[in-house]
Design a protein around this ligand. Structure first.
Ligand code: ADP
Length: 661
C-alpha cells in the first residue's frame, strides 16, 4: 500500500462487476487503483510486473478458474492476499479455496462485505509481518546465546522447572569432565565428590523449592581422579506470567583459587607456629636477661650507698643507670610481644585518677629537677574515677612522662588531669612540654613500632621507638584515646582520654586521712624494725644463682637474717627443722622440683600454712604472675627488681602478716 493508495488486481470477465468493486471501495473510504484483467495471460503478466495489496478473483473464467488463479498467485506473489469473489460457490469449494491459501470468499450478492474482507486481509498481513520479524529477532538472539555459550570461559547450564538439567555448554563439559549426554537430568551428580554431594543436593532442592537463587562450592572428580573445585550459582528463569520455567546457572573453575587459599592457610598456620616459637624465645630470653640484671641493678645500688670515694660512687651510679635502662628496654619489648601475641589479659579496677596519675607523675620530679625542668602537676578538685588496668595505665603515663622529659632541654613539663564533657564524659590527662617538638608530617609516624624521628646512625636520642606504640595499643585496650599537638621548637602536648565512670567531690579530710595512714604505716614498720633489731625475722632464700643470693643477702642484711640455699632437694628437710618467718622462692630451679612445687610442699606443713612465700622469677610473660599466685605463693616479684622494690614489699608483708601473727 502506497501512501494509503490501495492497489488491487481484479480478475473478472465482467467489466461491470469490476466497476462496482471500485465504487464500493471508494465508498468505504479507500483510495484504490484497480487493474482489471480477464484472462490467465493478463493475470500472469500484471502479477509479475506489479506489486499488489490484494487480488480479487472471480470463480469461473473462460478456460480458467479461481483455483488456477490462486495457485499462480501463490507462485508469483505468495504474500498477496487472495479473495475469491463469486456469483455462487458451494460451501465445499469455498472451504477448499481457503485450504489452498485464499484468505476469504465473498458472494457477489453480498459485495458490501468486500471492503471489510480486504481490510481484515491487510491487517492479517501486517500481523504476520510483525510475527515474522519477532521470530527472526528471536532466532538471532538464540544464535547469539549459542555463540556466547560456546565461547564462554565459564560453564553454563540450564534446567527445567524441576531442576533437571536440559543443557550444558562446552566449557561446562570441559570443567566437569562429563559429556553433554552424561550431564543431562541429575546424572552429573555422580561426578561430584561424594563428600560434597549431600550438601550440594540439599542446597539445590532448597533453592528449587523456594524458587531462590542458589550458590555452592563443590568438587568434581575427573576421570583421571583429579579434583576440580567449582563455584556454582543458579537463578530461576521466569515466563511472562512470572512462573518458573527453569533455572540458568554457571560453574566457574576455582581450583587454582582453592589451592592458593590452602597455601595461605598453611602459611598462616606456619606463621602462628612461628609466633608461638617467638613467644617462647622471648620468655627464655627474658629469663636469661633478667637474672644477671638482678646482680647488676641490686649490687650497683648497694655499692653506690656503701662506697665513700667519689669515683666509685660515680661509676656504680653509671652501672645502676645502665642496668635500669636495659631493664626498661626489655620491659618495652616484652610489652609489645604481649600485645602482638594477643594474650594480654586485662584486670580493670576502679581508680581515682587525680591522685593516682599525680603520684605516677611525681616519680619524675627528681629527673626533671636534674635537667632543671619545672614539673607542675595540676588536677581538678573533684575526684574522677575510671575503670582501668593499673599496669597498663602505669605504662601509658610513664612512657609519656619519660618522653616529655627526655625531649625537653629547658622550660617545663605540665601535667593536667581534668574532666571533659564532650558527647560523653571523659577524664583528660594532658602532658605538655616545652621541648623540641614534632613536625606535622611526623605526627602519625611516631605511633608506629620502632619509628623515631631521628633514625639511623646519626640519631640523637636514646630509645627503642616502642613507647608510643605501646601507649596507643594499651589505650585501645582500655577504650582510651590519644591526640598530639606539637610545634617544632615550641613543644608538644599529648592528651590522653578515658571514659569517666563517676565523680565525687573531694574534701580536705581526704588529705589528712592519707597523711595519717602514711604516718601509721611508717610507725608500724618502725615498730617492727625496732623490735626486730634484736630479733630479726628469719628469711629463707631458695635460689640456685649465686650472684642473686649475694644481692639479696646484702640488701636485706640490716633488717633480716637471710639463709640462702641452692640445693632444692634439701629445702623440705631444712624447713622441717627450722622455722622461717618468710620465704623468698626462685621458681626456675635446676632440681627435681621447681619453686612452685616446693611452695606447695611447704604449705602442707601446719606451721607454714600462713607463712608468706614470695615468688621471685625472671619469667615475666603474660599470665605468669597469676600462675605463681595460684600455685601456692602469696606474693610475686619479677626480676630484675630494685633494692627499694624488694624492701617495700617486705615492709608491707611485715605489717600485714608478721606483725599480726
Ligand atoms: P622513643 O623510644 O624513641 O622515645 P617513642 O615511641 O616513645 O620512642 O617515641 C617515638 C618518637 O616520637 C621519638 O623517637 C621522638 O622522635 C618522638 N617523640 C615522642 N615524644 C616526644 C616529645 N614529647 N617531644 C618530641 N618528640 C617526641
Amino acid at each position: 500500500m502506497n501512501n494509503n493508495l490501495l492497489t488491487i488486481l481484479c480478475l473478472e470477465d465482467d467489466a461491470r462487476d469490476a466497476e462496482i468493486i471500485n465504487e464500493l471501495m471508494i465508498d468505504a473510504g479507500y483510495s484504490v487503483k484497480i487493474d482489471h484483467v480477464s484472462t490467465q495471460k493478463e493475470f500472469i503478466k500484471s502479477l509479475s510486473d506489479n506489486k499488489y495489496d490484494a487480488i480479487l478473483s472471480d470463480f469461473s473464467l473462460p478456460g480458467f478458474n479461481a483455483f488456477g488463479a490462486l495457485r499462480l498467485s501463490k507462485e508469483i506473489s505468495p504474500e498477496t492476499p487472495f479473495i475469491c469473489v463469486s456469483g455462487s460457490i458451494g460451501e465445499e469449494t469455498a472451504i477448499q479455496l481457503l485450504r489452498e491459501g485464499a484468505v476469504d470468499y465473498i458472494l457477489k450478492d453480498r459485495l458490501v462485505r468486500l471492503p471489510f474482507a480486504i481490510k481484515r486481509a491487510l491487517e492479517e498481513i501486517k500481523e504476520k509481518e510483525i510475527r515474522r520479524k519477532a521470530e527472526a529477532e528471536l532466532h538471532v538472539s538464540e544464535r547469539r546465546f549459542q555463540t556466547l555459550a560456546e565461547v564462554s570461559p565459564v560453564g553454563i547450564f540450564q534446567t527445567d522447572a524441576k531442576g533437571l538439567t536440559t543443557y550444558v555448554n562446552p566449557r561446562w563439559c570441559q570443567i566437569s569432565g562429563l559429556t553433554f549426554e552424561e550431564a543431562m537430568n541429575n546424572n552429573w551428580i555422580k561426578a561430584v565428590h561424594k563428600d560434597d554431594r549431600e550438601k550440594l543436593m540439599a542446597g539445590w532442592i532448597n533453592a528449587t523449592e523456594s524458587s531462590l537463587p542458589s550458590y555452592a562450592e563443590y568438587r568434581f572428580v575427573l576421570n583421571d581422579g583429579t579434583i576440580a573445585w567449582v563455584m556454582g550459582q543458579a537463578i530461576p528463569e521466569k515466563n511472562m506470567k512470572n512462573e518458573i520455567v527453569g533455572y540458568v546457572g554457571t560453574i566457574t573453575d576455582i581450583t587454582e583459587l582453592k589451592r592458593t587459599e590452602e597455601e595461605l592457610i598453611r602459611a598462616r598456620d606456619k606463621a602462628e607456629e612461628m609466633n608461638k616459637l617467638k613467644s617462647n624465645f622471648l620468655a627464655n630470653m627474658s629469663h636469661e636477661l633478667r637474672t644477671p640484671l638482678v646482680g647488676i641493678i641490686g649490687l650497683s645500688q648497694v655499692l653506690n650507698e656503701e662506697l665513700n670515694d667519689s669515683d666509685g660512687k660515680r661509676y656504680s651510679k653509671l652501672i645502676l643507670e645502665s642496668g635500669i635502662r636495659l631493664r626498661d628496654t626489655l620491659n618495652l619489648i616484652l610489652d609489645l610481644s604481649k600485645i602482638e601475641s594477643e594474650t594480654l589479659q586485662l584486670y580493670p579496677e576502679e581508680i581515682e585518677m587525680t591522685e593516682y596519675v599525680s603520684s605516677l607523675a611525681r616519680v619524675f620530679e627528681k629527673t626533671a629537677e636534674a635537667k632543671k625542668i619545672k614539673l607542675t602537676i595540676k588536677s581538678e578538685d573533684e575526684l574522677l574515677f575510671a575503670n582501668l588496668d593499673k599496669v597498663l595505665l602505669n605504662s601509658v603515663i610513664n612512657n609519656l612522662m619519660n618522653n616529655a622529659i627526655k625531649y625537653t632541654f629547658e622550660g617545663f613539663v605540665n601535667v593536667d588531669i581534668k574532666k571533659i564533657i564532650e558527647d560523653g564524659q571523659y577524664i583528660e590527662i594532658s602532658i605538655r612540654d616545652s621541648g623540641i617538638g614534632i613536625a606535622e608530617k611526623n605526627l602519625s609516624v611516631i605511633f608506629e613500632p620502632f619509628r623515631q624521628i631521628s633514625e639511623g646512625w646519626n640519631r640523637n636520642f636514646e630509645g627503642t621507638g616502642l613507647g608510643l606504640t605501646i601507649v596507643k595499643e594499651y589505650l585501645n585496650k582500655m577504650s582510651g584515646s590519644i591526640i598530639v599537638e606539637s610545634q617544632i621548637g615550641v613543644g608538644s602536648t599529648f592528651k590522653v582520654r578515658f571514659p569517666l565512670v563517676r565523680t565525687k567531690m573531694s574534701d580536705n579530710s581526704r588529705i589528712e586521712i592519707v597523711n595519717e595512714t602514711a604516718w601509721n604505716v611508717n610507725k608500724s614498720v618502725k615498730n617492727v624494725l625496732e623490735k626486730s633489731k634484736t630479733n630479726k625475722p628469719l628469711v629463707l632464700y631458695v635460689e640456685d644463682d649465686n650472684i642473686s643470693q649475694k644481692v639479696i643477702e646484702t640488701i636485706l642484711e640490716k633488717k633480716f637474717t637471710v639463709e640462702s640455699i641452692d640445693d632444692c632437694d634439701q629445702v623440705i628437710g631444712l624447713v622441717k627443722n627450722k622455722h622461717f618467718d618468710l620465704i623468698l622462692m626462685d621458681i626456675n630451679l635446676k632440681g627435681k622440683l621447681n619453686g612452685l612445687d616446693l611452695a606447695k610442699e611447704i604449705k602442707k606443713f601446719d606451721e607454714y600454712a600462713s607463712t608468706p612465700i614470695i615468688a621471685i622469677t625472671a619469667y615475666a610473660m603474660v599470665g605468669d604472675k597469676e600462675k605463681m599466685l595460684d600455685g601456692g605463693c602469696t606474693h610475686y616479684l619479677s626480676k630484675p627488681f630494685s633494692r627499694n622494690e624488694l624492701i617495700e614489699l617486705l615492709d608491707e608483708i611485715i605489717i600485714n602478716h608478721l606483725e599480726k601473727n
